[in-house]
Design a protein. Structure first.
Ligand code: F6R
Length: 260
């Protein structure tokens, strides 16, 4: 794992935006894996700004989001379809026909999950997967004890995840219990992945992901098996790491010889 520690949230987010921009510029028809959540919002804003001001184009890009709540129609204001539309898609030139999310309102969510995997395979697999991390160590909605060999499927959300996401819904009871999510093995099959984490609330999960034992108890720790995983942190999210001197020695100031 490459661990890049940036001075603050803004710098971490710009570093992640650099990687997306370089990927899409070098390979305009790249297949991106996209994430939602609060951490990603400033990243999408930065990419939209680069589209407006620097001509960064997504016209040939294909995207697959990690997850979607079960039971929410795409036009539900709290669906991840709506999130992506508002936060990113409507601000850039991506072809809506190539911007995919799992179908949370499908009559048979398990069949829709298998179709989603097939769609990713038909697109040639994911070139760059963006990830956030839950305070409980989840990636996508692969909650603790998720199979490390899992593919896209239906997952039951933990109470802690529902509580963390309750802020977007009227009440805890209204917060969905189930989601379709790419599996851990789906994520590991991406050719490269970038996980962005900011703020001290993520410090413990980040430590368990990077330096803890490989364990389904922290699904993000499976990224230790990924051949090209970059973890981008601000100082707060890096606060519980032990080998910080080493990371800063290898990547001073969060620089990466592959990009700088
Ligand atoms: C969302 C997703 C989740 C989030 C994670 C962090 O598509 O896959 O794993 O990345 O829950 O969410 P925030 O950024 O809101 O803390």
């Amino acid at each position: 794992m490459k661990v890049l520690i940036l001075p603050d949230e803004q710098a971490a987010m710009q570093r992640a935006a650099d990687i997306v921009a370089r990927t899409v510029t070098a390979t305009p028809d790249a297949v991106l894996g996209l994430a939602t959540g609060g951490t990603m919002l400033p990243l999408y804003e930065a990419l939209a700004q680069r589209h407006r001001e620097d001509g960064l184009s997504f016209t040939k890009t294909t995207s697959f989001n990690l997850d979607e709540y079960i039971g929410l129609a795409p036009d539900h204001p709290c669906s991840y379809h709506s999130y992506m539309q508002e936060a990113f898609f409507r601000h850039v030139d991506i072809d809506p026909a190539r911007a995919h999310l799992p179908k949370g309102d499908a009559p048979d969510p398990q069949a829709a999950s298998l179709e989603y995997e097939a769609l990713i395979a038909a697109a040639g697999g994911i070139d760059l997967q963006l990830l956030g991390i839950g305070q409980n160590g989840h990636i996508g909605f692969n909650e603790p004890t998720a199979s490390l060999g899992s593919r896209t499927r239906v997952k039951t959300l933990t109470t802690s995840t529902r509580r963390a996401n309750q802020r977007y819904f009227a009440s805890f009871e209204d917060t969905p219990r189930y989601a379709i999510t790419m599996g851990v093995a789906t994520i590991l099959a991406s050719r490269a992945c970038v996980l962005l984490a900011t703020g001290d609330a993520k410090a413990d999960a980040v430590m368990r992901m990077v330096e803890g034992p490989l364990s389904a108890a922290c699904p993000a720790s499976a990224l230790q098996l990924h051949a090209s995983a970059t973890v981008i942190l601000d100082k707060a999210a890096a606060g519980a790491l032990t080998f910080t001197d080493y990371y800063e020695n290898v990547h001073p100031g969060g620089r990466d010889s592959a990009f700088d």
